[in-house]
Ligand binder design. Structure first.
Ligand code: OOG
Ligand code: NI
Length: 517
């Protein structure tokens, strides 16, 4: 039977209530869940997220500090910025929000972890190829498992950034090392058959009864717990020379949560306060700079991987105590989702900032603070500084809702006029995904060695279609998801306003930025 959930994460925001949704008795702020009832996928997800947070807080104490500081800052920002801060997420959601990162070694393991997450209502979104995104050796491709439906995101938005090792990439692995690595990976079991059986049952039946739910959640969290089994020293070191990420994935017989990332409403303040508390952070905040306009996309930073005790087995059979630095703590601030145009602008300005910072440094290492200044200046000059301008230039995604208090007379045709005259309200869509540049930066900044790469070899070509075969289902295209939200809201608004036609939000039928109104 599922044990009542104790409120041992005092002060933690519980998952928000969704009116009319979920089983009776599961509400925001309710610590105790009835023991015998049906567990829907979202409840499994919310409880899994809570258990992971507890587990990681025990395993990596600096994470508990990060969580506490995030909570402190979120409360302050909500107090000082109120409704404005809530535009990017309901209070309950932001407090409960986190993403995890896991890494697996084979397509089979990827398929299995996908079933585990599907049982909790999390689906693959996006395809990230980090092999070329990092200067260090990061031989993985990734996807993010997350809820895709807005109501599901509101219930609990847990996402898992999941990376799959590519032993077949000849830039990193010789044919001989690949053979041994694949043999090692084929011989291990990350997810016990019983866990997968329960996952499949939850997928088929849309949830689990209380007894199965408890067993499923226990086995699922155990699968991501740091293993105490001794690590083969020689094998780990051999892989580490190629890539620290490869060693973390393929040098051990289990997987583990690599990090767990809370969401914070002011990441610059968090960065400062963690420093004050003596936690050494990486030298930059990844993603867009702090600038004058609204939060866009995703900004992330992390504290450096900490030395954790591990046991090592040596060639002569002896076991010694040692440490590994692999797991870290990350925190993120989420902003408005960018359209393909907005994303292009982001990539262009990032590249410009890199170039200008490198030029200014004249061969010396680029200072992160100086690069941030340059980036902020570029953003302030080239990115429209308000939500309405971002929407009009089709740089970011919004939803539209007909208001209750509408002006007299017939509604205008253009979306822009509908918004400006108060017929429809425009609300930002939060970015729910990741940025490959930032992901690579996070991986890289936490690696001790750069590893090695043979640039004469070419990489194995992998894409979203290949990942679809691995997972037995196609990853969602994130843009299609955001676009669908915008489109659906526009259609509903048109209906509510009794407009015979659709509302066209495309910038061509509206004005572009800078054009005379
Ligand atoms: C994943 C790194 C990427 C993010 O937030 O961009 C990531 C990993 O370290 O396994 O988590
Ligand atoms: Ni992360």
């Amino acid at each position: 039977m599922l044990a009542p959930v104790a409120g041992n994460d005092a002060g933690m925001q519980h998952d928000p209530a969704v009116p009319g949704a979920g089983s009776a008795g599961v509400r925001a702020g309710v610590d105790r869940m009835p023991a015998s009832r049906w567990w829907e996928p979202w409840e499994l997800r919310a409880e899994f997220s809570r258990r992971l947070s507890e587990l990681y807080g025990r395993e990596v104490p600096a994470y508990a500090t990060l969580r506490a500081v995030s909570r402190e800052i979120n409360a302050e920002v909500l107090e000082s910025r109120g409704a404005d801060a809530r535009r990017l997420g309901a209070v309950g959601r932001v407090g409960a929000e986190r993403h995890g990162a896991v890494r697996v070694g084979t397509p089979r393991e990827m398929n299995q972890v996908g079933r585990l997450f599907a049982a909790m209502g999390m689906h693959p979104v996006g395809f990230y190829d980090l092999r070329d995104a990092a200067a260090s050796a990061v031989p993985v491709v990734s996807t993010a498992f997350r809820p895709v439906d807005p109501a599901e995101l509101a219930r609990n938005p847990l996402r898992m950034f999941t990376s799959l090792l590519v032993p077949g990439d000849r830039r990193f692995f010789t044919a001989e090392l690949r053979r041994r690595l694949e043999a090692f990976l084929a011989a291990r079991t990350l997810f016990p058959p019983r866990l997968l059986e329960l996952a499949d049952r939850a997928i088929a039946g849309n949830g689990l009864d209380a007894g199965d739910a408890e067993e499923f959640l226990t086995l699922a969290a155990d699968a991501l717990r740091l293993s105490r089994a001794p690590v083969d020293r020689a094998w780990y070191t051999e892989l580490e020379r190629v890539s620290a990420v490869a060693a973390d994935i393929g040098g051990v017989r289990a997987t583990h949560l690599n990090h767990l990332t809370p969401r914070v409403l002011d990441i610059d303040e968090l960065y400062r306060r963690m420093g004050e508390r003596g936690v050494e952070m990486i030298d930059a905040i990844q993603g867009p700079p702090r600038w004058a306009g609204p939060d866009l996309l995703l900004r992330q930073t992390s504290f450096r991987a900490l030395a954790e005790p591990r046991r090592f087995r040596h060639a002569d059979g002896t076991i010694t105590a040692g440490t590994l630095r692999v797991r870290f703590g990350e925190v993120e601030a989420r902003g408005i989702a960018a359209t393909p145009r907005g994303r292009e602008l982001y990539e262009r300005l990032s590249a410009d900032a890199d170039r200008l910072a490198a030029e200014a440094a004249r061969g010396s290492p680029v200072s992160a603070a100086h690069r941030a200044e340059i980036a902020a200046d570029l953003w302030n000059r080239h990115v429209p500084g308000s939500e309405s301008e971002l929407a009009r230039a089709d740089l970011a995604y919004f939803t539209y809702t007909a208001t209750d208090r509408r002006p007299a007379g017939p509604p205008p045709a253009r979306l822009r006029d509908l918004v400006e005259q108060g017929w429809v309200r425009q609300d930002p869509i939060v970015y729910e995904d990741f940025l490959p540049r930032s992901a690579a930066g996070i991986f890289q900044s936490n690696l001790d060695g750069a590893g090695s790469r043979d640039a004469d070899q070419s990489g194995a070509a992998l894409d979203a279609g290949w990942l679809a075969e691995v997972l037995d289902r196609a990853p969602h295209d994130p843009y299609a998801l955001y676009d669908d939200l915008r489109r659906t809201s526009l259609d509903r608004a048109a209906e509510q306003l009794d407009l015979a036609h659709h509302i066209d939000a495309s910038p061509s039928s509206d004005s572009s930025p800078g054009a005379p109104a």
